[in-house]
Ligand binder design. Structure first.
Ligand code: GLU
Length: 516
C-alpha cells in the first residue's frame, strides 16, 4: 500500500430540486426505445416530486460512439415531450453533461483509490487475459481476473510475460463486499460477487462503472433509475460510494422490454427498438408515452373503478408510485400500441390532428411545405372525415391525395377499376344527371349555404340510383367512389363530393365514364 496521502475529493455545491434523476444514454446509433422508457419513468417521478431531470451523455465508449446519435437522442426525446432541466444542450449547474468532456473529473477519484490500495494498476495484455479466461473455462474454475498484477511494481510485472505498456486500473474487490441492496421496485436484491472491475481504461477514459458513480455523485443524483441489466453492477457502484465516503443514491431497476418471444429487444432484430421507427410509422408521441408507461405500470382507474388504459403523462406522473411498477419483463406488443394510437388520434382536436398530418402529407408529396390557406381549409375538412378512420398518421396520404390532385391527374387504381362491376356505366350516367340538377350557387366548401352538401347529394343519389335504377346500395356507390377518389377505399363518399365541389365531382364522373 502506498504512503501517499489520499487526494481530497471536490466539494459538491447545493443543487436545485427536491430529488434529482437522470437518464444517461450512450450515443451508439439510433436511440433505443429503452432510452425513452427510462426517461419516462425518471421524469414521471421527478415531476411529481417537483425535482429535476437531467440528461447525461455517456460517451466514454469511443469504439461504439456515433457522432449523429446525440442529436437524435435530443430530437426523439423532445418529440416525446420527455424534456430535461439540465443537459448538454441546456446547460446547468453541473455542466458539462457529456462524459467525454469530464475526463479530468475522474482522475482524483482514481488517484485516491490507488493511494489507499483500494485499486491497483494492471498491465496484463489482452492476449494474456484471453488465455487466462480460456484456461479458467477449460478447468471449470470461476472466471475473473486472477490478480497477477496486484502488489507488483511496473518493473516486477514487466519482467513477466503478457505485459502491456499502458496499464488499466482495477478495483480490489474485498471478500466482504456487500452484495445485497434495496431496490425501490424489487425490495431487497442480491447480486453475484463482482470481479476486480476495470475503472480506468488504457486510453485514459473511465469505464462506465467509475464514471456513473462519480457523475451521479457530482450531479447530486438522488435516485438512479435504470435497466435491470445493471443489477449485477450495483454492488460495485455501492462499494465505490462507500470508498469515497459517500451515501449511495436510491436504486430502481426497471424491467427490460421484451419481444413477444420473451427475448430482449435489440435494434439488430427488431425495428421497433429504434425510436425513430415510431416517428416514421406515424405514431403519436403521446400514444407511445402511454404505451411505454403501461409496459411496467398498471392502468389508471375511472370513477367506477374500471381499468382505464388511456392516460396522459400528467396523469401518470401524478399517480406515480414505485411500489406499483411491475418488475416482470413486459412484452412489447405493438397491437396494443396501434390501438392506443387510434384512441389518442381521436382525442386530438381537429386543428391539432390536421397539423399532425401535415409533415406526412408534405413528405409524401400530397402538399407542398408551404400550403395556401385554401389548401389548409380543404385539408381540415378532409381531416374531419378521416380522423376516426386511421390508426397511423402514415395512412393519411392515400386518403387525402385525391382532394389535392387535378381532375385530369386523378389515377384510377387497378383494383378499383377491376371492381367496378357491370352497372358502372348506368350508375355513372344516373349520378351525373342527378348531381347536375343540384344547385351549387355556394362555394362547395363545408358549411356554405349551397345546396351542394352531403345530405342533398346522398338523397339525390339514392333516389336516382338505388330507387331509380334498382341497384343495391352495395353496387350503387362503388363506381362513384372510384370515380372521385380513384380507389376502393376512401373517406365517406357524399362528404367527399361535397368537399370536391360540383364541377370537380361531375368532371371525375365523366372522366371515368369515358373510359368504359
Ligand atoms: N449508459 C448506460 C446505458 O445506456 C446508463 C446506465 C445507467 O443509467 O446507469 O444503459
Amino acid at each position: 500500500m502506498s504512503e501517499k496521502p489520499s487526494p481530497a475529493l471536490p466539494e459538491i455545491p447545493d443543487l436545485p430540486g427536491t430529488v434529482r434523476l437522470r437518464v444517461a444514454p450512450s450515443p451508439t446509433g439510433d436511440p433505443h426505445v429503452g432510452t425513452a422508457y427510462m426517461s419516462l419513468f425518471n421524469l414521471a417521478f421527478a415531476r411529481q416530486q417537483d425535482g429535476r431531470f437531467l440528461l447525461r451523455i455517456e460517451d466514454t465508449d469511443r469504439a461504439r460512439f456515433r457522432a449523429d446519435s446525440e442529436q437524435q437522442v435530443f430530437d426523439t426525446l423532445h418529440w416525446l415531450g420527455l424534456t430535461w432541466d439540465e443537459g448538454p444542450d441546456t446547460g446547468g449547474p453541473c455542466a458539462p453533461y457529456r462524459q467525454s468532456e469530464r475526463l479530468d473529473t475522474y482522475r482524483p477519484y482514481v488517484d485516491r483509490l490507488l493511494a489507499e490500495g483500494k485499486a491497483y494498476e494492471c498491465w496484463c495484455s489482452t492476449e494474456r487475459l484471453a488465455q487466462m479466461r480460456e484456461i479458467q473455462q477449460k478447468t471449470k474454475q470461476p472466471t475473473g481476473y486472477d490478480r497477477l498484477c496486484h502488489g507488483k511494481t511496473r518493473e516486477e510485472r514487466a519482467a513477466m510475460p503478457g505485459f502491456s505498456e499502458t496499464p488499466v486500473v482495477r478495483m480490489l474487490i474485498p471478500d466482504d463486499v456487500e452484495l445485497e441492496f434495496d431496490d425501490l421496485i424489487r425490495g431487497s436484491v442480491s447480486a453475484p460477487r463482482p470481479d476486480d472491475q476495470v475503472i480506468l481504461k488504457a486510453d485514459g477514459f473511465p469505464t462506465y462503472h467509475l464514471a456513473v458513480v462519480v457523475d451521479d455523485h457530482e450531479m447530486g443524483i438522488t435516485h438512479v433509475v435504470r435497466g435491470e441489466e445493471w443489477i449485477s453492477s450495483t454492488p460495485k457502484h455501492i462499494l465505490l460510494y462507500r470508498w469515497f465516503g459517500l451515501t449511495p443514491p436510491k436504486f430502481a431497476h426497471m424491467p427490460l422490454l421484451r419481444n413477444t418471444d420473451k427475448s430482449k429487444i435489440s435494434k439488430r432484430k427488431n425495428p421497433a427498438a429504434r425510436l425513430t421507427w415510431f416517428q416514421e410509422q406515424g405514431y403519436l408521441p403521446e400514444a407511445l408515452v402511454n404505451f411505454l408507461a403501461l409496459l411496467a405500470y398498471p392502468p389508471a382507474q375511472d370513477e367506477e373503478g374500471n381499468d382505464k388504459e388511456f392516460f396522459t403523462f400528467e396523469e401518470f406522473s401524478k399517480d406515480f408510485d414505485w411500489r406499483k411498477v411491475n418488475p416482470v419483463g413486459p412484452i412489447f406488443d405493438l397491437k396494443k400500441l396501434d390501438w392506443l394510437n387510434g384512441v389518442h388520434l381521436r382525442e386530438l382536436d381537429l386543428g391539432d390532428f390536421t397539423s399532425r398530418l401535415l409533415p406526412f402529407l408534405v413528405a409524401d408529396g400530397v402538399l407542398s411545405d408551404n400550403p395556401s390557406l385554401g389548401e389548409l381549409a380543404r385539408l381540415k375538412s378532409v381531416a374531419a372525415l378521416i380522423q376516426t378512420r386511421i390508426t397511423h398518421l402514415t395512412e393519411a396520404s392515400a386518403l387525402v391525395r385525391p382532394f389535392f390532385v387535378g381532375d385530369d391527374a386523378l389515377e384510377i387504381a387497378e383494383d378499383a377499376r377491376a371492381g367496378l362491376g357491370e352497372n358502372a356505366a348506368e350508375v355513372l350516367d344516373a349520378a351525373a344527371k342527378a348531381l347536375g340538377d343540384i344547385d351549387d350557387h355556394g362555394t362547395g366548401v363545408l358549411g356554405s349555404d349551397s345546396n351542394w352538401n352531403a345530405g342533398t347529394i346522398e338523397t339525390a343519389l339514392r333516389f336516382a340510383i338505388v330507387e331509380g335504377l334498382g341497384v343495391k346500395p352495395k353496387f350503387a356507390f362503388g363506381p362513384l367512389r372510384t370515380a372521385v377518389s380513384g380507389a376502393r377505399i376512401s373517406p365517406p363518399l357524399f362528404e367527399s363530393m361535397e368537399i370536391l365541389g360540383k364541377t370537380s365531382t361531375l368532371s371525375r364522373l365523366s372522366a371515368l365514364r369515358e373510359t368504359l
